[in-house]
Design a protein around this ligand. Structure first.
Ligand SMILES: NC(=O)C1=CN([C@@H]2O[C@H](COP(=O)(O)OP(=O)(O)OC[C@H]3O[C@@H](n4cnc5c(N)ncnc54)[C@H](OP(=O)(O)O)[C@@H]3O)[C@@H](O)[C@H]2O)C=CC1
Ligand SMILES: N[C@@H](CC(=O)OP(=O)(O)O)C(=O)O
Length: 344
């Protein structure tokens, strides 16, 4: 039996990726699509400026876009994926959970709240049980799990693989694709022949979300990891795929060979959208590269390479597809985890 799902913010960049991933999904069936007032009541084909690299599924194209309001979504929808702007998410997501909907959200509002699990299933699936605390505290019949920011998702699995060496300090510099800013985010005049060394709030997200993801849940509360993380974020003119340069200082001796082995052996999961190999480590010094490596594992793998010793400890590069592993795919994976753990 398939789970009936709805997508909030279905016409946007991440919403379209969600449709692309969910339409062929064997466990999930798309049953509702919502967007802003300007799209409400229109057929999806007329409301969305479709831009992903496969055609709009016929059934989706004919679906009427509903208002982003709990009363406009059928009661028999079991799971909602949210890809709303965070200001809108902050306003409407709690109302859906109060009305009984279980939600896997990609929007940044609430990610750092103590009772909202921020989850990358391969890293901290056990944090999902924070939903029991959430339901107690908020009195919700529904529930809300969040996936992290796309740049955070790119480097945290590599840190999780190295955690046994005792992480002390991490520096990370990002080279982020334009799709991360949404379709209307960066104009061509701003980004062609250019790089922009500022992405609003992004550095704080990498620094804080990473410590929450690597933290420990004791069944009642979550403590954040003590590692110090410093981030510098840059926008570059690639379409998809965030590349990151990382320096890690650890308590124990951490050689490039040991780090490569730990990353290669870091386990994936059996969830439907989990890649077979979570972290793919390249030997070639000039990999990973966005255009060549962002679709590894159907866009759900992390690629790493360039592992070497530096003045500031271990140095390497990592890469992930920002709208798949970093956004829509991350939400779908959390939906699959909710299903496996009996929340649906
Ligand atoms: N792009 C990326 O790589 C990533 C994005 N995110 C996050 O995901 C979310 C969505 O991003 P993205 O898809 O790029 O954004 P877009 O701007 O492309 O899409 C926004 C969506 O939200 C809808 N929307 C806007 N305002 C309202 C409103 N007032 N009420 C109801 N619906 C509304 C839009 O509908 P309409 O078409 O009708 O205006 C559209 O469906 C954001 O929170 C973003 O920060 C996270 C990680 C990565
Ligand atoms: N800010 C990210 C994408 C994003 O929207 O992140 P968040 O989900 O934290 O709002 C980028 O520009 O690449």
């Amino acid at each position: 039996m398939s789970v009936r799902v709805g997508i909030l913010g279905a016409t946007g960049a991440v919403g379209q990726r969600l449709i692309q991933l969910l339409d062929p999904h064997p466990e999930f069936e798309i049953a509702a699509l919502t967007a802003s007032e300007s799209s409400e009541g229109k057929a999806y084909r007329d409301a969305a400026k479709w831009r992903v690299d496969s055609p709009i599924p016929d059934e989706v194209a004919d679906t009427t876009v509903a208002a982003t309001d709990p009363d406009a979504v059928p009661d028999d929808v079991d799971l909602l994926f949210s890809s709303l702007p965070s200001s809108v998410g902050a306003e409407v997501e709690p109302a859906f959970c109060e009305a009984g909907y279980v939600m896997s959200s990609n929007s940044s509002n609430g990610r750092m709240d103590n009772d909202i699990p921020l989850v990358i299933p391969e890293v901290n699936a056990d944090h999902l049980d924070l939903l029991e605390v959430q339901r107690d505290e908020r009195g919700w019949d529904g529930a809300m799990v969040k996936n992290p920011n796309c740049s955070t998702i790119t480097f945290v699995p590599t840190l999780a693989a190295l955690a046994e060496y005792g992480l002390e300090r991490v520096h990370v510099a990002t080279l982020q694709a334009v799709s991360g800013a949404g379709y209307d985010g960066v104009t061509s005049m701003e980004i062609i022949d250019n790089a922009i060394p500022y992405i609003g709030s992004e550095e704080d997200k990498l620094e804080n979300e990473s410590r929450k993801l690597l933290g420990e849940f004791d069944g009642a509360s979550l403590s954040h990891d003590g590692v110090d993380v410093a981030a510098s974020c840059n926008r570059i003119p690639t379409i998809d795929g965030h590349l990151e340069n990382v320096w890690v200082e650890a308590e124990d001796d951490l050689t490039p060979d040991a780090a490569a082995e730990a990353m290669r052996e870091y386990p994936s999961l059996d969830l439907r959208s989990s890649p077979e190999q979570l972290i793919h480590v390249f030997e070639e010094p000039d990999r990973p590269q966005p255009r060549m490596d962002r679709t590894l594992g159907d866009g759900m793998s992390i690629a790493a390479g360039g592992l070497r010793e530096s003045t500031f400890g271990l140095q390497y590069n990592c890469l992930a597809h920002n709208t798949i592993r970093g956004a829509a795919g991350a939400s779908v994976l959390n939906g699959e985890l909710l299903l496996e753990e009996g929340y649906l």
